[in-house]
Design a protein around this ligand. Structure first.
Ligand code: ASP
Length: 323
């Protein structure tokens, strides 16, 4: 099954996964198809040895649960090995002043390097000097392309198609990197419309809106979640990105964060206003924007969404390393 799926994938051309903007429609079809093959593999056999002898390095300068663990599990389930560090800001030579460029130069004995960094553009800088493929697992408020791919996979599994769907993205759209990446991927499907729901000061950046305009994607902006509830097919909730609220001297700006904390809470009263066939997604972690009472609602998909990360990351690792 994997071989078949990979043979169809002769067009794979991506060396580093840095931004959602790199992906063409064909690339997306290919990743989604390969991820589906991986899901079958995991469910029927559990593992394969397609990446035996290969090693993935992970360097995470910012906290992560799902992304790091699902990459590690993905590599392990394909027979590969994992070496890495979490809290790389303290535990790696970064604490001695080493640049990300020098770190990846040294890691050239890995077969793939997965990086999460607090600076936008860090993965791209690393890729410029890296001898091996780099995967951007989140670069500050920049992008999180592998999350967006698993989001897409989740929507595809649910509806089969994207065309004509309304996706509402709710929360801190200024600093939320998953929203930035997902919005870019959605431009490849016709008839998709997006509702951005955020406080005025946390609106999605102009570069994304510009791209949507260029590609003819209809979108609206509102501060009221109620405007999105009755029409959204996908309600994509996000948390207010606390770690991005900083004073000019770099210390945490709690006061500014507190202004927005709790601004959108998807209580049962709000869920009632959604379509029966709609789904609720969230890249997680949630803070207070989805109360646990919502978990029992048949529309909740965020835990399944997280699980899909395993299949999508297996597909990406296989494509990057074995292409
Ligand atoms: N886990 C996602 C990210 O790393 C979403 C979040 O942290 O809010 O961007």
């Amino acid at each position: 099954l994997l071989q078949n799926s990979r043979q169809n994938n002769t067009a794979w051309h991506i060396r580093h996964i840095l931004s959602a903007r790199q992906f063409t429609r064909e690339d997306l079809d290919l990743v989604l198809e390969h991820a589906a093959a991986m899901e079958i593999l995991v469910k029927e056999k559990g593992w394969s040895n397609t990446l035996a002898g290969k090693v993935m390095a992970t360097i995470f300068y910012e906290p992560s649960t799902r992304t790091r663990m699902s990459f590690e599990f993905a590599m392990s389930k394909l027979g590969g090995k994992v070496c890495g560090t979490e809290n790389a800001k303290e535990f790696s030579s970064a604490s001695k002043g080493e640049t990300i460029e020098d770190t990846v130069r040294v890691l050239s004995y890995a077969d793939v390097i997965v990086i999460r960094h607090y600076e936008q553009g860090a993965a791209e800088r690393a890729a410029k000097v890296s001898a091996v493929p780099i995967i951007n697992a989140g670069d500050g408020p920049g992008e999180h392309p592998t999350q967006a791919l698993l989001d897409l996979y989740t929507i595809k599994k649910e509806f089969g198609v994207f065309d004509g769907k309304t996706i509402a993205m709710v929360g801190d759209l200024l600093n939320g990197r998953t929203v930035r990446s997902l919005a870019q991927l959605l431009t490849h499907f016709s008839g998709v419309s997006i509702i951005f729901v955020s406080p005025k000061k946390l609106r999605v950046c102009d570069d994304i809106k510009q791209l949507l305009k260029e590609r003819g994607v209809a979108f609206t902006e509102t501060e009221r979640i109620e405007d999105a509830l009755p029409t959204a097919d996908v309600l994509y909730m996000t948390r207010i990105q606390k770690e991005r609220f900083k004073n000019p001297d770099g210390t945490a700006n709690e006061e500014e964060y507190n202004k927005y904390k709790g601004v959108y809470v998807l209580g049962l009263d709000k869920i009632k206003q959604m379509k029966d066939k709609a789904i609720i997604m969230h890249p997680l972690p949630r803070v207070d924007e989805i109360p646990v009472e919502a978990d029992a609602d048949p529309r909740a998909r965020y835990f399944e969404q997280a699980k899909n990360g395993l299949y999508v990351r297996m597909a990406l690792l296989d494509l990057l390393i074995n292409k």
